[in-house]
Design a protein around this ligand. Structure first.
Ligand code: SF4
Length: 346
């Protein structure tokens, strides 16, 4: 993906930047300008410096984003249907999502929040206060997931402030940050950022990464800094056609993550965001990949394949199914596809 003209220490933020960096051809400018009118563009120097079509496809805009299919939605996972205060989503009783910012270090071309990311950056103070008040007044909330946008695109000072305010709420036991930053902007994981993560409740870092080529030496060092500081990490990966939709590619990613002390957690079926149909596989294809992974690697490295049900009905595992009821009890399918009967004891 890189070019001799790509800047080393700056993000690329426009079609003009991409053309100047040699990442798109000048004759694409017209179509991509129309994409840019609808969806933000940003690629960090770290990702612009990776020579990988699988990385480029995730960040370089594409004229196919101008195609919106009838089933695609502006709010594909229905955040707004469960929003008690601006910036807060309360879908399940015991946890909330707090969108601390709408800014990201990169703008992924398949993002399920692509309609809102890039809008005014940090959550305004009145909205943050209202969200924290809601959390404080709702004792059932055990976990707060900081997302966005990307919460680690905020300054360490701002993150530390939010963490301190959440820490002051006794029933909040887990804070989870979902972020692309350790991978796409690893230089941000410095001592100040690590210090900002320290809070009273247990803090998890959920790392979004989709291809082993994203795991540059700097990204690996950033993940090591987080692990060395004692924060457990899980990963989230989006299944993307042409990027990672085969078992060997995902296996390489999940093995690398395990060695980096990141537990593969979720493989997301690509949500119905507008202009993303070129990235979406079928669920059957995803299930076939999952079945292959189950045989190829340790269960510790195999995430759960999930679908966010469009409309805001939550996340569900979507298989493949290994167990079905039969007249004799259960029919169980092993990793090689052979079927076996299992009976519960009388
Ligand atoms: S970093 Fe996350 S929130 Fe931001 S554009 Fe990418 S997928 Fe969307």
């Amino acid at each position: 993906m890189n070019s001799p003209n790509a800047p080393l220490n700056a993000s690329l933020n426009s079609v003009d930047d991409l053309i100047a960096a040699g990442l798109v051809a000048p004759d694409q400018a017209g179509d991509l300008a129309r994409v840019e009118e609808n969806f933000r563009i940003r690629i960090t120097s770290e990702m612009a410096g990776v020579q990988s079509p699988a990385v480029a496809a995730q960040f370089v805009p594409d004229a196919r984003e101008l195609v919106t299919r009838p089933e695609e939605l502006t709010d594909p996972i229905g955040d707004s249907a469960h929003s008690p205060t601006y910036g807060l989503t309360h879908r399940y009783p015991d946890r909330v999502i707090l969108a601390a910012t709408h800014a990201c270090e990169v703008y992924c071309r398949f993002c399920f929040r692509r309609e809102v990311v890039g809008e005014a950056a940090a959550l305004p103070e009145p909205a943050l206060t209202a969200a924290l008040d809601y959390i404080a007044k709702t004792p059932a909330i055990w976990e707060v997931i900081l997302t966005g946008g990307d919460p680690m695109s905020l300054s360490p000072r701002r993150i530390a402030s939010i963490m301190a305010r959440l820490s002051a709420i006794p029933h909040v036991q887990i804070i989870r940050l979902h972020t692309r930053v350790p991978v796409v902007a690893p230089q941000r994981i410095d001592d100040a950022m690590i210090a900002a993560l320290r809070a009273r409740p247990t803090v998890y870092v959920g790392v979004h990464t989709n291809h082993v080529d994203e795991l540059t030496p700097a990204a690996c060092a950033a993940l090591a800094r987080i692990a060395d500081a004692g924060f457990p990490m899980v990963s989230q990966t989006v299944l993307l056609r042409g990027v990672n939709d085969d078992a060997a590619t995902l296996e390489a990613l999940f093995r690398a993550l395990l060695t980096l002390r990141v537990q593969p957690y979720y493989l997301h079926h690509c949500d119905l965001a507008q202009g993303t149909s070129h990235f979406r596989t079928t669920i059957a294809a995803g299930q076939a990949i999952m079945a292959q992974l189950r045989g190829r690697m340790s269960g510790m490295g195999v995430p759960t394949y999930v679908l966010d049900i469009p409309g805001g009905f939550g996340k569900v595992p979507i298989g493949p199914d290994y167990l079905e009821r039969s007249a004799q009890g259960y029919m169980v399918t092993d990793w090689q596809g052979a079927r076996h009967i299992y009976r519960d004891p009388d």
